[in-house]
Design a protein around this ligand. Structure first.
Ligand SMILES: [Zn+2]
Ligand SMILES: [Zn+2]
Length: 236
């Protein structure tokens, strides 16, 4: 079966995420757009995943708990986990490894934790954007230890991507999947980086605003849809 996905979305917990990116708005917009599965991947935190997963359960949409990790090299990488518990363990691990500076909400935006009724239940004090001290060579292997996967985000972008920072996807990083922001660039990138021929390629919206979420267009072929199966597929 084909299952339409968007595996890179930010909520109001990301400082750069719009306050309209609430758990209910994200999940219901995903439904409207015809998606079957989404992942919530806020910058260096997974603390809005619980609410989004609960809403997903109510409306019949699979929500994979995740995070967009900033590595020590300032490379963005999507991390996905089969269960909320694993994602929260990973969240706590990354939290220990982050540079701690206070958020200035008036400059960077608020970092709001919500429940499944879209009520504010907390706010993260330290800015979520600075890098962790988890390196790009250990990110995949560490995420695996926590039961999940990790892969480089928007590799075709000019900043905060593995190609803009390292210039290459080194096989020793261990990544099995790469995310492209613009999939029309894939043929050109495959010529420059043949390793992509042996990797799974995904394209997600990286939406920070509801209006940037995309119509169902990209799909995975799975026998049965679950967070675990999506992760297994992307780790082939
Ligand atoms: Zn990013
Ligand atoms: Zn992102």
């Amino acid at each position: 079966m084909k299952y339409y996905y968007d595996l890179h979305l930010h909520s109001c917990l990301s400082p750069c995420g719009d306050m309209d990116m609430t758990p209910n708005n994200i999940v219901n917009m995903a439904k409207l757009l015809g998606l079957d599965v989404i992942a919530l991947t806020d910058h260096n935190t997974s603390l809005n995943c619980k609410a989004a997963m609960e809403v997903g359960k109510e409306v019949g949409l699979v929500v994979i708990p995740g995070m967009e990790l900033t590595t020590s090299e300032d490379i963005h990488a999507v991390c996905l986990f089969p269960t909320l518990e694993q994602a929260i363990d990973w969240n706590d691990y990354v939290d220990e490894k982050r540079i701690k500076i206070k958020n200035k909400a008036e400059i960077y935006g608020r970092q709001v934790i919500m429940n499944s009724a879209d009520e504010e239940i907390g706010e993260i004090e330290n800015l979520l954007l600075p890098s962790s001290n988890i390196g790009i060579y250990e990110a995949y292997h560490k995420a695996k230890e926590f039961g999940g996967i990790c892969y480089p985000a928007h590799i075709d972008r000019d900043s905060l991507s593995i190609l803009s920072v390292l210039g290459e996807i080194d096989e020793y990083c261990g990544f099995r999947t790469a995310e492209l922001a613009d999939k029309s660039k894939l043929p050109e990138l495959k010529k420059l980086h043949p390793i992509l021929n042996n990797m799974n390629i995904v394209t997600s919206s990286d939406a920070h605003y509801l209006e940037n979420m995309r119509e169902a267009e990209n799909f995975l072929e799975l026998e049965e849809l679950s967070a675990e199966n999506v992760i297994k597929y992307l780790d082939r």
